[in-house]
Design a binder for this molecule. Structure first.
Ligand code: PMP
Length: 566
């Protein structure tokens, strides 16, 4: 297609219109006094209208994207460009637009607001593109064809060759929405603009660039099309402050894709291992579509725990699915923890006595193999009138981590256990802190001991023993044996009453309770001047001792016992 062909697709009223112009557009030279736009003359940083052409910003975007500034339209979010595509190319009540289904909802919404028929062509069951059906949906009044790639909400991308075939075959304008391209392993179609005059590519600063609140979206197209968009848009569609802030962000930061992609893969793997999650769709974006047995139930559980995801189970083609955006590591851990709790069918804290789900005991999955038989995981839930505690341990460190007891210093110490033992733990403790910290700390120790002991199972192959650790001027030694005899020794003194918000008398009590509950022999001895170092050393040494004692590498052939039993 050439520019003449594109011109034939434009609404006659748009072709005929004269765009709004400003005196500053017409002025050459360097004016110093601005009496042309009825603004306030008093400089307060934003008394002047912003540049309607966003020249500086376009130059910056051009440099980043490696494309001429004349190919760039900047909109109030890419949603503005979607709406403009309709306003420029579709005659209300006459023309139609085509898109895939399921996909991003705004293509349909903008069609409706512009009184344009919207034709949806379902993706195949595996979310691949039905190229023939898509082209067959077109008639002589089909002006626009929207394809979102990577697609929202399915997360997958479509092959480049297929997209190029569609762009060549379609007689109208093809809009490829690359809002999530920064998270994709595939390349953008930007390089194809010169050879395909009917192509518009949408991108946005709302995702990987982290500027959703500023509302800045991009459309890349031939200069003829970007010119039409500029004629139709509101003159000052990107406000002055936004232009400034975006410039600064583009100069001083890069899009965050590495962390998000890493977290996406971690979350996808963790989710796929939960019972009740039937499918985790492969994603090229910053979200994952997850098919589960009871989407409404999981959605409600997540909401109850303060986590909002997108329920897509009512969308055709997405039955049973929730769409989960990727958050920070901590947020994802909380989400995974909550999904884990839902998955193991545990009630929230405070509703029953004590229940244990030992993962080595789960029933075989649909394939007939027990996929968690090798995993040393356990979830223990315990509720009394004083505390409600859920702890999930994964001795092989493959699970998510999340710790919340309501006692800051205690959380910090439990974190040390995670980091120095390699054990993944989810600790959700709600206790009567209005009385004091005693019950929460004691019961956390009891439940943790039980969770470790349950996860250890038969103990076959474990190393049994532990470890000594220096901590600045202090030293801590922790001797630990999971052989089965229960004993506890403590030789560490604290003169301060509290460290942080944790009473020091509870240190001894925590470990004693753990030893009794886990059924192990635990000797702890620490010396030093700094009490914070001393207790941190103890927790770290305990974690290292735990790591050494539960390690299975040392004795892969048998129980480490001369008696042959533990
Ligand atoms: N395209 C797709 C596929 C999207 O998912 C979204 C927003 N979720 C947008 C465009 C809109 O982006 P913007 O914030 O730039 O309007």
């Amino acid at each position: 297609m050439d520019t003449k062909d594109i011109e034939r697709l434009v609404r006659p009223n748009i072709l005929a219109m004269a765009p709004y112009s400003t005196a500053r557009d017409e002025c050459e030279g360097n004016p110093e006094i601005f009496l042309d736009a009825n603004e306030s003359p008093y400089d307060n940083g934003f008394n002047r209208y912003p540049d309607p052409h966003q020249k500086k910003l376009k130059m910056k975007v051009a440099a980043i994207k490696g494309i001429g500034a004349e190919h760039i339209f900047i909109g109030n979010g890419s949603d503005e460009a979607i709406d403009l595509a309709y306003r420029v190319f579709c005659r209300p009540g006459i023309d139609n637009a085509i898109s895939i289904s399921p996909t991003y909802g705004m293509y349909g919404v903008a069609a409706a607001t512009n009184d344009v028929e919207f034709r949806e062509v379902p993706l195949r069951k595996d979310f691949s593109l039905d190229e023939e059906a898509l082209l067959a949906a077109a008639d002589e009044n089909s002006r626009l064809l929207f394809i979102c790639c990577p697609n929202n909400p399915t997360g997958n991308s479509f092959p480049k060759e297929q997209l190029l075939r569609i762009i060549s075959a379609f007689k109208g304008i093809v809009v490829i929405d690359e809002a999530y391209i920064d998270f994709s392993s595939g390349a953008s179609l930007l390089a194809e603009l010169d050879s395909h005059r009917n192509l518009i590519i949408l991108q946005t600063f709302s995702k990987a660039w982290g500027m959703a609140g500023l509302r800045v979206g991009l459309a890349f197209a031939s200069p003829y099309i970007t010119g039409l968009f500029s004629n139709v848009k509101y003159p000052y569609n990107i406000n002055g402050l936004t232009q400034e802030i975006v410039m600064k962000k583009l100069e001083t930061s890069v899009p965050d894709t590495v962390n998000i992609v890493r977290e996406r893969e971690r979350a996808a793997k963790a989710l796929s291992e939960y019972r009740g999650i039937m499918e985790v769709c492969p994603s090229d974006a910053n979200f994952i579509l997850v098919k589960c047995v009871d989407p409404k139930g999981l959605y409600k559980t997540l909401i109850r725990n303060g986590i909002i995801v997108r329920d897509r189970s009512g969308v055709r083609g997405c039955e049973g699915c929730l769409r989960i955006s990727i958050g920070t590591r901590k947020e994802n851990d909380r989400m995974l923890y909550t999904v884990g709790k839902w998955s193991s069918g545990l009630s929230p804290a405070g509703t029953s006595e004590e229940r244990t789900v030992s993962e080595t005991a789960v029933s075989p999955d649909e394939t007939g193999t027990d996929r968690t038989a090798e995993r040393r995981r356990a979830t223990v839930f315990r509720a009394t009138s004083e505390t409600g505690i859920t702890i999930m341990t994964d001795l092989d460190g493959k699970g998510p981590c999340f710790i919340s007891t309501g006692i800051g210093f205690f959380d910090h110490m439990l974190d040390q256990i995670v980091h120095h033992s390699g054990i993944s733990m989810l600790v959700d403790a709600k206790g009567d802190l209005c009385v004091d910290e005693h019950h929460t700390i004691e019961d956390t120790a009891i439940v943790l001991g039980k969770a470790v002991s349950e996860a250890l199972g038969s103990k076959a192959g474990i190393a049994r023993y532990g470890f000594v650790l220096p901590m600045d001027e202090s030293e801590a030694s922790v001797l630990l044996d999971f052989g089965g005899r229960i004993d506890f020794r403590w030789d560490a003194e604290f003169s301060r009453e509290k460290i942080g918000d944790m009473p020091t008398e509870m240190f001894r009590h925590f470990f004693k309770s753990f030893a009794e509950s886990a059924g192990c022999n635990l000797h702890i001895c620490a010396k030093g001047e700094n009490e914070h170092h001393k207790i941190e050393g103890i927790f770290k040494a305990f974690a290292r001792a735990l790591k050494a004692a539960i390690s299975r590498d040392a004795f892969p052939y048998s129980l480490p016992s001369s008696k042959g039993v533990l």
